[in-house]
Design a protein around this ligand. Structure first.
Ligand code: CMP
Length: 158
C-alpha cells in the first residue's frame, strides 16, 4: 500500500452531535489536508461497542462509556493521507480534553475525558481493524483529490 493511502478511523461522538459540532470537526480534518474516503451516520449497538472497546471492558468507566456512545447516533469517518494516524491524533489532541493542547479539536471544543467529542485510531494495527469494523469495502471510496498537488510534495505522493 502507498504510504499516502494510510487510513484512520474517526468517530464523532454523541456529545459532538448534541452540541452541533459535526461540521466544525469535519472542517478541521479537511483543512489539515486529509482525504475523507468514508463517511456515515450510525448508531452503535452493544455488540459493536463491546468489540470496539474490548480493551476497556474491565475498566470502571466501561459501562458509562458504552451507555454514552449509544446515547445518540455517531458519525464515522475514514480519512486517508501520509502518516494520517499520527496526524489525526494530533488534530484531535489528548484524551483528557481539559488538558488537550489549544488548537486541537479536544483542546478547543471539549473539557471532559469521557465526553471528548472524537475517537481516533491509535496505531496502524488498530486502524486496520477499526476501519474494517465500521466500513464495508463498498463504503470506502477511491478518488483523486485535486488539492493533493498542493498538500504534498511530488515525492510524498509517489
Ligand atoms: P476514545 O478515544 O474513544 O477511547 C476510549 C474512551 O474511553 C476515551 O476516548 C474516553 O472517551 C473514555 N475514557 C478513557 N479514559 C477514561 C476515564 N478515565 N474516565 C472516563 N472515560 C474514559
Amino acid at each position: 500500500m502507498k504510504a499516502i493511502k494510510e487510513k484512520s478511523l474517526v468517530i464523532i461522538k454523541p456529545d459532538a452531535l448534541q452540541r452541533g459540532l459535526i461540521g466544525e470537526i469535519i472542517k478541521r480534518f479537511e483543512k489539515k489536508g486529509l482525504k475523507i474516503v468514508g463517511l456515515k451516520m450510525m448508531r452503535l449497538d452493544k455488540a459493536l461497542l463491546a468489540e470496539h472497546y474490548n480493551h476497556h471492558k474491565d475498566k470502571p468507566f466501561f459501562k458509562d462509556l458504552a451507555k454514552f456512545m449509544s446515547s445518540s447516533p455517531v458519525i464515522v469517518l475514514c480519512v486517508e493521507g501520509l502518516n494520517v494516524i499520527n496526524a489525526v491524533r494530533l488534530v484531535c489532541g489528548s484524551t483528557k480534553a481539559s488538558e488537550a493542547e489549544p488548537g486541537s479539536i479536544r483542546g478547543d471544543l471539549a473539557m471532559s475525558t469521557a465526553c471528548n467529542v472524537v475517537h481516533a485510531s491509535d496505531s496502524a494495527a488498530t486502524a486496520k481493524k477499526e476501519v474494517k469494523r465500521f466500513f464495508k469495502k463498498d463504503e470506502l471510496h477511491e478518488y483523486d483529490k485535486s488539492e493533493y498537488t498542493h498538500v504534498y510534495a511530488e515525492d510524498e505522493r509517489k
